[in-house]
Design a protein around this ligand. Structure first.
Ligand code: CA
Length: 237
């Protein structure tokens, strides 16, 4: 499970230690020294998770968490607060601001990695290695295989050939079924870039995905929601 993590920490030594350990675990790391710099980074690339120091110069980590939670684009990005504070009422304040979890300084790299893993598993199901099955369509993230499970002997376990982008797109849609996703959201979550890639790109890959699904009669799972975006839903019959 490799993800992009934004580390907002003003102490260089701690920032470096965190960054080193995250990279060692295969993650992509973005580092910011304060909330303003972090905001600039978030505007470019939506991270999969934010590690946010409570005590920052100028804007505090709690205030920054509130801003992230207010914006539609960033409101569901998981946040783990780093804090030297252990007071119960302060913990509550942070959780109210929208933090998913807490890590109290000093912490071990092992604890850090374990907490991140737990939050990601809970919050970003498309990053899990779990096999997904929807309406007879089966996707295995570990083997990168998509197959069809059916009683029809000729089709039994028929495997679908998908390009890497279509695979990621399908994985995301299956992990978040029955919800409408705008093109910008899909670009953020599947491509990791909503600024430099055109919305039209999404349509192109949706079309390719549907074409592959059509061969096994499952293209109707991917639905266009007029004026809004796309939805993966079994409610098509
Ligand atoms: Ca600090």
């Amino acid at each position: 499970m490799s993800v992009t993590i934004l580390v907002v920490e003003d102490e260089p030594a701690i920032q470096e230690l965190i960054s080193y350990n995250l990279k060692r675990n295969g993650h992509m790391v973005l580092c910011a020294d304060d909330a303003e710099q972090a905001m600039g980074m978030v505007n470019n690339v939506l991270p999969d998770l934010v590690l946010l120091d409570w005590m920052l110069p100028q804007m505090s980590g709690v205030e920054f968490a509130r801003i992230l939670r207010r914006e539609p684009r960033t409101k569901s990005v998981p946040i783990i607060m780093l804090t030297a504070k252990v007071e119960e009422n302060e913990k509550i304040l942070g959780l109210d601001a929208g933090a998913d979890d807490y890590i109290t300084k000093p912490f071990s790299p092992r604890e850090l990695i374990a907490r991140i893993k737990a939050v990601l598993r809970r919050r970003l199901p498309e990053l899990s290695e779990e096999v997904l099955e929807v309406d007879g369509l089966k996707l295995d993230p570990t083997t990168h295989r998509v197959s069809i499970v059916t009683d029809n002997k000729e089709l039994k376990f028929a495997e679908l050939t998908l390009g890497p982008t279509e695979f990621r797109l399908l994985h995301y849609l299956m992990a978040h079924k029955e919800r409408v996703h705008t093109r910008a959201q899909l670009l953020d979550r599947v491509w990791g870039d909503h600024v430099f890639i055109e919305d039209r790109t999404v349509d192109v890959h949706i079309r390719r995905l549907r074409k592959v699904l059509e061969d096994v009669g499952k293209d109707k799972l991917v639905q266009t929601v007029r004026g809004a975006g796309y939805r993966f839903s079994v409610e098509y019959k």
